[in-house]
Write a protein that binds this ligand. Structure first.
Ligand code: AMP
Length: 439
């Protein structure tokens, strides 16, 4: 495998070897843009989603700079979920396994749900690289089992999710214990206002890079809408899944309770489904993740927090059993499919109450195709019924009309009739103006 395009970063031979084994031939956009900065030891903010190659954009240059001879923590990598931390650690291992002897670099994973005492015992020697969830890392630091004061680099992966899950305080406490001239690397799909105080506190003048999801990839996702109508949702879902016969489909729900209900419903109908949500024990989650990566399931029901950031290859279909209340999650969900150049389908079952959310998604640039299931097959149908929007427009005109009609201080006989007449004529005028403007 030709790794020439990585040569200009002047990595050590073991990194080049790892890249070769990973099968990467050329850097992705974010790697192209951030590797030199990170390699120089500078701080950076990478606004990008999973699927862009962001993990290796920071892993390769920071592992390259680890001094194997000083047996102390040099890098701390934090991630909001156990799965994501585990996945990052696995990627670290794939790189450092190419080191040996004096050059050997070590990494340890610290996540909740594991035996803390045993972890502490194993920390007699400090690893060069620490990967984990902020809560557990902070715990071990407080217990004086893990020494992060020697670390010069801190990675905060999926920072917006850290914030959502309330972990930013832990990250803050860890960062406060580290060297003053800290290299801090923050990766996040969005940069919410609430994250800014943290960024300001630890970073002055960081390099900021925004990498949009690849157009070619994004364009390959077909967004479809299916109306629930009078049907039972679980029946419709079952029918959709059977008709799609996907390589791997993830069905998203908003709560663990609903995820269980849907998974149980599909099981009852004879489908082999996996489930990933925060209610599972770490052991169970790990098992399901393994089964999913080994393609034991064709269908997985998941909640947002559990599934975000996880790199599951080959997701061909994303089904929104419910639209997320935070519409950014629609983008994250759909980001699970059409990875690495494959095409994908994002299908949403909707009801009239979803109208506002759908309009917002359209405003975000998403174009939906409308389909339905009829007589055991998918059929294209006309645009969804936008009655609610039309209704709202006429409500708005009503409000406007009312505001034009001043209520007389003394109500004379026939006032009500007069007011209705006046309102009608104003409404008519508004409609005419609207019609003309639309032409
Ligand atoms: P990430 O955005 O870090 O979740 O990475 C998404 C996927 O892209 C992972 O499966 C990586 O192994 C893969 N990847 C990362 N860098 C490259 C590259 N330069 N060439 C090909 N695949 C890559």
């Amino acid at each position: 495998m030709d790794t020439n395009q990585f040569k200009r970063f002047q990595f050590q031979p073991f990194i080049i070897e790892a890249i070769k084994e990973l099968g990467f031939t050329k850097p992705t956009e974010i790697q192209e843009r951030l590797i030199p900065t990170i390699h120089r030891g500078e701080s950076a903010i990478g606004q990008s989603q999973t699927g862009t190659g962001k993990t290796h954009a920071y892993l390769l240059p920071i592992i390259d700079k680890v001094h194997s001879l000083s047996q102390e923590v040099q890098v701390v990598i934090t991630a909001p979920t156990r799965e994501l931390a585990t996945q990052i650690h696995q990627e670290v291992v794939k790189v450092i396994k190419h080191t040996e002897g004096e050059q050997q670099i070590t990494s340890k994973l610290f996540v909740g749900g594991t035996d803390k005492q045993r972890t502490i015992e194993k920390l007699k020697t400090q690893p060069h690289i620490v990967v984990g969830t902020p809560g557990r890392i902070n715990d071990l630091v407080k217990e004086q089992a893990l020494f992060v004061h020697t670390a010069k680099t801190l990675v905060v992966d999926e920072a917006d999710l850290m914030l959502d899950m309330g972990f930013i305080n832990d990250v803050d406490q860890i960062a406060a214990k580290m060297v003053e001239k800290l290299q801090i690397l923050v990766f996040s799909a969005t940069i919410p206002e609430k994250l800014k105080p943290f960024l300001k506190k630890y970073m002055d003048n960081p390099r900021y890079t925004h990498v949009a999801p690849k157009q070619a990839t994004a364009a390959k996702v077909e967004h479809v809408l299916i109306p629930l109508r009078h049907r039972k949702k679980i029946d419709l879902l079952h029918e959709m899944l059977t008709l799609y016969n996907p390589y791997l489909a993830i069905v998203f729900t908003n709560t663990k309770k609903m995820a269980d209900k849907v998974a149980d419903g599909l099981l009852e109908k004879g489908l082999r489904v996996g489930r990933i949500h925060g209610g599972l024990s770490p052991r169970e989650r790990k098992k399901v993740m393994k089964q999913v990566t080994e393609l034991e399931y064709q269908f997985v029901v998941a909640t947002d927090l559990a599934a975000r950031g996880i790199d599951i290859e080959g997701v061909s279909h994303v089904i929104n059993y419910e639209l997320p209340s935070d519409l950014d999650f629609y983008v994250h969900r759909v980001g699970r499919t059409a990875r690495a150049g494959f095409s994908g389908v994002a299908a949403t079952i909707y009801e009239p109450s979803d109208e506002d959310a759908l309009v917002k998604l359209e405003k975000m640039g998403i174009t939906f195709t409308n389909i339905d299931v009829e007589k055991d097959e998918f059929v294209k149908v006309g645009e969804r019924n936008r009655r609610k929007t039309r209704q709202r427009q006429s409500d708005e005109i009503d409000e406007k009309a009312k505001s034009f009609v001043r209520k007389p201080s003394k109500v004379k006989p026939g006032y009500k009739k007069k007011m209705t007449r006046e309102m009608d004529s104003i409404k008519q005028r508004e409609r005419r103006i609207k019609k003309r403007n639309n032409k």
